[in-house]
Design a protein around this ligand. Structure first.
Ligand code: TRP
Length: 424
């Protein structure tokens, strides 16, 4: 069976945090290690422009996210790893898909509706206030990301499921309007993604400003862990591990035995100070090797850039031929181009021409044979009479003939009639 294509992107607006690692990057790298998938992972830097107009921040985030994937061991010989803006075919496809997408579909987009609702809630009379067209048509660019590589499986957070449904909708419209060129992708939602808590216990997310950056310094990590919200139970009091952010973060990185041992410590009343110290030491140890690699890569950006450019070349080798088919399907063609279906028809038309030409040839042949008789009529004293006689003679002879010979004689007769019409 042919391999399934798995594809996902990360928007380049923030610094990668532990939630990104556990929810998106780690499972993606794991998938790319199996022989089951062709994997495409990319920096969604065009998507960053939707919400972030700070160029330094977009550039910084692109460096950090690229270095993060590599530091965590992504094998770029196995996976295709690229930057969205290095693939011009994606934006080109995005326009074609824009013309395949009803405005009503975009009106129903959660992200757009949330912004409209926020404007309404704050009493603004212009409900589209502050909403740019990028935000409005964001799902179309995402559809282009996915369809450009005909992805089968798209790992995303829950908030992105609607975008995959829209992608299917748009792909279906293209397929039925033009030619079936697109697969129907499926969203793959890692259920635990939602369970990685941030410093305040809510889901870890850059929009809540509660993240633990994946590769901050040891000191920074220690400081942030000390800020994690806890209850006010004193040392010695039993604590509920399942209601503790400190424990849950430990659990995300621990194997079963480690998790069980830590659970016991909570039940036995470990103090929050000690629990946080255990979490810090554990995480710091787990992250120290990839952190060192991350720092090395951040100090060798030309190398990271070269990896991305190689990835772009690999990605474009896939995107360009499909884009060519898409253009042709939509009617964007070199002027002399004739689609295969029409070329067949043209061939039939040509053979009708051939028949006419053959007919002409046959007629010329018969005329050559009749040349003498025709000259005799023309040169006779009474051409009109001679013509009538000749036609009558031939008609009488025709009556005596059979099938094939009759056909030939009929042909002769009708040509004669035409040629002799001038005498009647
Ligand atoms: N919109 C996604 C997010 O914010 C990022 C993204 C852009 C993406 N294009 C994609 C994810 C294509 C999967 C596939 O998380």
């Amino acid at each position: 069976m042919s391999k399934k294509t798995i594809l996902t992107g990360i928007t380049t607006t923030g610094t990668p945090h532990i939630g990104n690692y556990l929810g998106a990057i780690k499972p993606a790298i794991d998938a790319s290690e199996t022989a089951e998938f062709d994997s495409y992972f990319f920096l969604a830097d065009y998507h960053a422009l939707v919400k972030c107009h700070d160029p330094e921040r977009v550039a910084k985030s692109s460096r950090e996210i690229a270095a993060t994937w590599l530091a965590l061991g992504l094998d770029t010989d196995k996976a295709t790893f690229y930057r969205q803006s290095d693939i011009p075919e994606i934006t080109e496809l995005s326009w074609i898909l824009t013309c395949m997408c009803s405005k009503g579909l975009m009106n129903r987009s959660h992200a757009y509706k949330a912004s409209v609702d926020a404007n309404q809630a704050s009493g603004k009379s212009e409900l589209d206030d502050g909403i740019n067209m990028g935000l409005f048509s964001y799902p179309i660019l995402m559809a282009a990301d996915i369809l450009m590589f005909n992805a089968d499986i798209v790992p995303v957070g829950k908030d992105q499921i609607q975008h995959i449904e829209m992608t299917r909708d748009i792909a279906g419209r293209f397929n039925s309007t033009y030619t079936k060129l697109f697969n129907m992708p499926t969203a793959q939602v890692a259920e635990d993604t939602q369970l990685i808590p941030g410093l305040d216990g809510r889901k870890m997310s850059k929009s809540y400003d509660n993240t633990l950056p994946l590769f901050c310094s040891s000191d920074q990590l220690n400081k942030l862990i000390k800020q994690i919200d806890t209850d006010s139970k004193a040392p010695g009091e039993a604590k509920d591990p399942d209601n503790s952010t400190v424990f849950q973060l430990y659990d995300c990185f621990a194997n079963e035995v480690e998790a069980l041992q830590m659970r016991d410590k909570y039940l036995n009343g470990i103090g929050w100070g000690d629990a946080k110290k255990e979490l810090f030491e554990f995480l710091d140890e787990k992250l120290s090797a990839p952190r060192a690699e991350y720092n090395r890569l951040m100090n060798d950006l030309p190398f990271v850039e070269s990896v991305l450019l190689k990835g772009a070349e690999k990605a474009r080798a896939k995107a360009m031929p499909l884009m060519e088919e898409i253009r042709i399907a939509a009617g964007l063609r070199p002027l002399p181009f004739v689609p295969a279906t029409q070329a067949k028809k043209a061939k039939k038309e040509k053979s009708a021409e051939d028949i006419a030409r053959a007919e002409q040839g046959r007629r010329r042949g018969i005329l050559m044979q009749l040349k003498g008789a025709l000259e005799a009529v023309a040169n006779s004293d009474d051409p009109k009479l001679a013509a009538t006689q000749l036609l009558a003679e031939k008609a009488a002879k025709l009556a005596t003939l059979k099938a094939k010979a009759k056909d030939k004689a009929e042909n002769e007769l009708s040509i004669l009639k035409e040629e002799l019409a001038k005498f009647s």
